[in-house]
Ligand binder design. Structure first.
Ligand SMILES: Cc1cc2nc3c(=O)[nH]c(=O)nc-3n(C[C@H](O)[C@H](O)[C@H](O)COP(=O)(O)O)c2cc1C
Length: 526
């Protein structure tokens, strides 16, 4: 019996070995055929010199180039080397979003002699925890809009369109924003049910294509505007004049990302590239801009402002003068200043790399200009551009911003790994792709909670900086609390570089009569 079993077993083993040998031969043969195919394909193609000169092996170059994007950050880049965001910046966001210990050990890895870097000036007598108060409320559109918007939230979600972002990403942002008590900007891709799902406050962005608020001819439509404004969650309207990553270029949504639901939301054909005009055809002067602001505010009853990246700045004088001619109520209720190094779903490299001024320069420029014309109290300032850590947000408040917004900071909170694939529908974290297979990785509840925790931790740590500087709340931070490192590597007073402006005599005595102005007290808001 046992002899029989051994015989059967050895027969079986021999059979298995034979099968494995057969599979091996087939694989080797198939591999050889593939190599020959690659070889012939490479030497006969004319598009890539490397493949033509180094058939088969040359293919590795393209493979490594592709995966290098993902792996460089893990093996080669130092903490402060990666771009656009280095590991130190991102690690803070990841830790904040996960609500894990955000302390670091041993000492700072940040060099304190790099020109342009900033420092905060701590006070001998920091604000005691029991004396600290929450960030003050700010009202936008007070005395002008039928429904002004009051909020205390310092740090909010910047515009990212439904299209650039996936359904789960938008939904998680909406839920997280609601929990954190912050607003979410729709970006130029119109308002969808997913923005509304979490119940957060919403800023509706009107892009150059007027997605969601246009008539059949593609023109801005007051009836559609009123319909959007009827959502109580929609608190403000932002006219997008330009965006840091691509001033003078309209939104670009590749056809593969224009799914049926996105096409329906935007009212455009499915599967076809969605390219909005590179400017608003009806706005070609500051007067046109003020007309448009007035029109949208009348149609919606909500505060209206515009988003811009500052390039040339002479138009700011023209705008302020035009506002004074018309009356201060004609002013935009807010201006959103985006940095030249702002992000995008897709943009040409020549614009992304070379166009516009960075927020370090443009924020004080706009604040000071509004001070010159005594409009700083009337027009609130929102700013964005790589402000994803508490020191960045505190700096912006010191320079005079009322609010900071971030796009990519919240993408990191959603789990973005900076794979730089937003324009390809292949985002490995499901944030900027409409591939349902990839979206599966993004758990809405978990990531919504991370968005909430990131915003909370941000506001907490900005408060911590304020208390260390000796003020009781973040909106009391001002230029006197910060220094900037000069060319010689020596810190100098920010107030020496950017002194607080006094209004030009001609405009100094204007009293808005538009109600109490909380934000006009501190931080370049004097
Ligand atoms: C994926 C993505 C999509 C964006 N879509 C818009 C948009 O629709 N409208 C807009 O004004 N800005 C858009 N932006 C720019 C951001 O709103 C923001 O101004 C810019 O990225 C700077 O903020 P950040 O440095 O925190 O990302 C987008 C940015 C990203 C990364």
């Amino acid at each position: 019996m046992s002899g029989f079993n051994i015989e059967r077993l050895s027969e079986f083993t021999a059979g298995v070995m034979q099968f494995i040998s057969f599979v091996f031969v087939v694989i080797v043969f198939a591999g050889l055929v593939l190599l020959i195919y690659f070889y012939i394909a490479d030497v006969t193609q004319t598009k890539q010199a490397i493949r033509r000169n180094y058939p088969v092996i040359g293919r590795f170059r393209y493979f490594f180039e592709h995966i290098g994007e993902f792996f460089r950050q893990y093996f080669f880049a130092l903490d402060r080397e990666e771009l656009p965001f280095n590991r130190a910046q991102r690690a803070w966001v990841y830790r904040a979003a996960k609500d894990v210990d955000a302390t670091v050990a041993f000492g700072s890895t940040r060099p304190l002699n790099q020109p342009g870097e900033i420092l905060f000036l701590n006070c001998l007598f920091p604000t005691l925890t029991e004396d600290a108060i929450p960030a003050a409320n700010v009202t936008i559109g007070q005395g002008v809009a039928r429904h002004p918007y009051t909020t205390s939230s310092l740090f909010n979600i910047s515009g990212m369109s439904f299209g650039a972002l996936s359904i789960p990403a938008i939904t998680a942002l909406s839920k997280g924003a609601k929990k954190a008590g912050i607003w979410m900007n729709t970006g130029e891709g119109a308002l969808s049910e997913f923005h509304l799902e979490g119940g957060c406050d919403i800023v509706y962005q009107i892009g150059t294509a007027k997605y969601g608020v246009r008539n059949a001819q593609g023109e801005l439509c007051d009836i559609e505007l009123a319909k959007v404004a009827a959502h109580p969650q929609v608190k403000m309207f932002e006219i997008k004049m330009s965006q840091g990553a691509k001033p003078g270029k309209g939104g670009i949504l590749p056809g593969e990302k224009v799914t049926a639901i996105i096409a329906k939301t935007r009212n455009i054909p499915e599967g076809v590239d969605s390219i909005s005009p590179n400017g608003h055809p009806e706005i070609s002067s500051v007067d046109d801009l003020l007309d448009m602001i007035h029109r949208v505010r009348e149609a919606t009853g909500k505060p209206v402002g515009f988003k811009v990246v500052i390039g040339t700045s002479g138009w700011l004088d023209d705008l302020c003068k035009a506002i004074h001619q018309r009356g201060v109520e004609s002013a935009p209720d807010f201006i959103t200043i985006d940095s030249a190094d702002g992000g995008t779903g897709a943009a040409p490299q020549s614009l992304i790399d070379f166009m516009g001024q960075p927020i370090k320069r443009s924020l004080p420029l706009v604040v000071d200009k509004l001070m010159d014309y005594n409009l700083r109290g009337r027009i609130k300032i929102i700013c964005s551009g790589k402000l994803i850590n508490p020191s960045d947000v505190a700096w912006a408040l010191c320079m005079g911003a009322d609010f900071v917004t971030s796009a990519r900071g919240f993408m990191f909170a959603l789990g973005c790994i900076q794979a730089l694939q937003c324009n390809k529908n292949t985002c490995p974290t499901g944030i900027t792709t409409h591939d349902e297979g990839l979206q599966k990785g993004l758990d809405i509840e978990d990531k919504g909670e991370r968005v909430h925790q990131f915003a909370n931790k941000m506001m907490y740590e900005v408060g911590m900086i304020a208390h260390s500087c000796g003020v009781t709340q973040a909106r009391q931070l001002s230029r006197e609390h910060t220094q900037i490192i000069n060319e010689q590597g020596i810190p100098m007073e920010m107030l020496d570089l950017y002194p607080i402006h006094k209004s030009i005599d001609e405009y100094a005595d204007i009293n808005y009569g538009l109600g109490e102005d909380v934000s006009a007290e501190h931080g370049g808001r004097v």
